[in-house]
Design a protein around this ligand. Sequence first.
Ligand code: DP6
Length: 331
Amino acid sequence: MKIKPTKTTAVSPANIAFIKFWGKKDPKINLPYNNSISMNLSNCRTTSTVEFISSLTEDEVVINSKRVDENVSARVSVFLDIIRQWSGVKTKARVCSVNNFPSDAGIASSASAFSALALAGSRAAGLNLSLKKLSILARMGSGSACRSLVDGFGEWWKGTNFDNSYAVQLAKPSYWDLVDVVAVVSADKKKSSSTEGHGVAETSPYFTKRVANLPKRISALKKAFKSRDFDEFGRLIEEEAIDLHVMAMTSHPPIFYLTSGTFAVIEKLKELREKNIKGFFTMDAGPNVHVICRAKDAQTINRTLKKLACVKFTIVNKPCRGTRSTDKHLF
Ligand code: DP6
C-alpha cells in the first residue's frame, strides 16, 4: 500500500542473539544457515530520519553528527536503492542517525541502524510495508536487523528464499524479566566485522557439525524459554556463545574476538554463581560480554562487574518493543 512520501523518523533497538546468525548461505540476500533467536535491548537504540529530496545529487548520510566514510555511505546507498526500486522513487535521500549508546562502545549498531532505516526509509518513500516485509527489508541491510522489528523476543526463520526469511515474535517484552548487563571491556572498533566473520564461517572444520546440531539446541532453548527455566536457558546460551567463537577461531583465517577482559568477566560470573547470583554470558562478534540475568540480580551483577579493572562501563537493558516511528525528526 502506498502512503504520501514524507520525511520520516524511526527509533529501533539493537538486539542480543541467544542463538546466533553465523554464516550466510546466500550472502547476496543475507540468507542464513540457521534460525536465530534474540531479545531487543532497551538502552541500545538508533533513531534515524530519512527524507528523499529532489535537489540532492547523492545520498547524504550523517551518523552521530558526522558525515560517514565511503564504505558506510555505499552500504546505506545500496540499501536505499532497494527502497527506491520497491517504491519507484528516483531521488536521493538525506539520512541522519544517532545512537543513544556510545557509538564507540563496540556494540553492534548495524541491527538497530538498519531496522530503523527500513521503517524510516520505506515510509519516507511512500511505502506502508507489513511487519514481515519490513523485516525482510531490514535483513538486506544487516541480517540481525530483521529481528529488531518485532517487539520483545524474536526468532528469525532462516527460510529458503528472498521472501520467506524474516523474523517473528516469540514473546512480548513483559514475558520474562530478563536483563542484559553489557560489560564493555573494549570500546575500540573491532578488527574483523561480523560480515567478515560470516564470510569465512564455512571454512571452519566444525561448521557443518554446528549447523547439523543447531535444531536440537534451538528446540531445547525454546523449551527452557517456554517454561522459564533460567538455569537451563543460561546453560544453553553459554554453550551457543562458545560455539560461535570456536567457529570464529577455527576459520581460515582465524578470528579472535575475545580478549582477556572477556575471560575476566566470565570468571567473575562463576564466582557470583557460587553465591547463587546467576548471570550467564553471551558474546557477539566482539569482546564485550552480555550478561543475561533475572531482574532481581541485575543491580548486584552490574555493581560487581563495574568494579572490575577491565570493564570500562556497563549498559543495563531490559527486553523492549521493536522498531517504531516517531514525529521527533533529527532535521
Ligand atoms: C554474531 O547481522 O551483523 O551478532 O548481515 O553482515 O551485517 P551482517 O551481519 P550481522 O551478524 C550478526 C552476527 C552476530 C550474531 C547475531 O546477532 O545473530
